[in-house]
Design a protein around this ligand. Structure first.
Ligand SMILES: O=P(O)(O)OP(=O)(O)OP(=O)(O)OC[C@H]1O[C@@H](n2cnc3c(O)ncnc32)[C@H](O)[C@@H]1O
Ligand SMILES: [Mg+2]
Length: 166
């Protein structure tokens, strides 16, 4: 199976190759058509769907879109992540990832319009956190990573597709 992923972020690409080891996986730069920093479950999910559709369009490939965002529950801001898989027949499957709460100081800066990727590098005093362990890695003492979290999401996508095609 040929899969096009709508990102060149290694944490996302490695998650897809991990879950589809038999497939040929390539990446494509596509528009998410949502904000660079999505601010709700709905917007984050839509970003994943838009990326996946753009990847599958005009090819015989499966498209996968993975999108990170944040969302409020009450006055608390959580990290959220969504994935979408679009088949060559244009069937869309979606799944979300685990959520963890973000520290208040990050929430304030996010609402001022800064991107989480940028904020995490400053917070952890590291480079490219979003391409490596991710916020989920930093705030779980590295017991979880962004790649492992996305692997779980992609597994949920693959499983749903397998169930429906069987
Ligand atoms: O190149 P793309 O695929 O866009 O990858 P990205 O790292 O920008 O990731 P997203 O667009 O999916 O995420 C939206 C924003 O949230 C940030 N983000 C989301 N989850 C994160 C995480 O676990 N750790 C660090 N930054 C994260 C990310 O860096 C962006 O600023
Ligand atoms: Mg991005």
């Amino acid at each position: 199976m040929n899969i096009t992923v709508g990102s060149s972020n290694p944490a996302k690409l490695k998650a897809v190759t991990e879950v589809f080891p038999e497939s040929y996986v390539t990446s494509k730069r596509v528009q998410s058509h949502v904000a660079a920093q999505p601010f709700s479950d709905d917007e984050t999910r839509q970003g994943a769907i838009n990326r996946a559709i753009a990847c599958a369009e005009g090819s015989n490939n499966f498209g996968i879109g993975l999108e990170g965002g944040v969302m409020y529950i009450g006055d608390q801001l959580y990290l959220c992540n969504w994935g979408a898989l679009v088949t060559p027949e244009e069937t869309v499957y979606t799944a979300s990832g685990a959520r963890i709460i973000l520290p208040k100081e990050l929430a304030t800066e996010l609402t001022e319009g800064k991107e989480l990727g940028y904020l995490m590098d400053a917070y952890a005093n590291k480079e490219d956190v979003s391409k490596k362990e991710g916020a989920i890695g930093v705030f779980t003492n590295y017991l979880m990573t962004r790649q492992a979290m996305f692997s779980h999401v992609v597994t949920l996508l693959r499983g749903q597709w397998e169930f429906h095609k069987a």
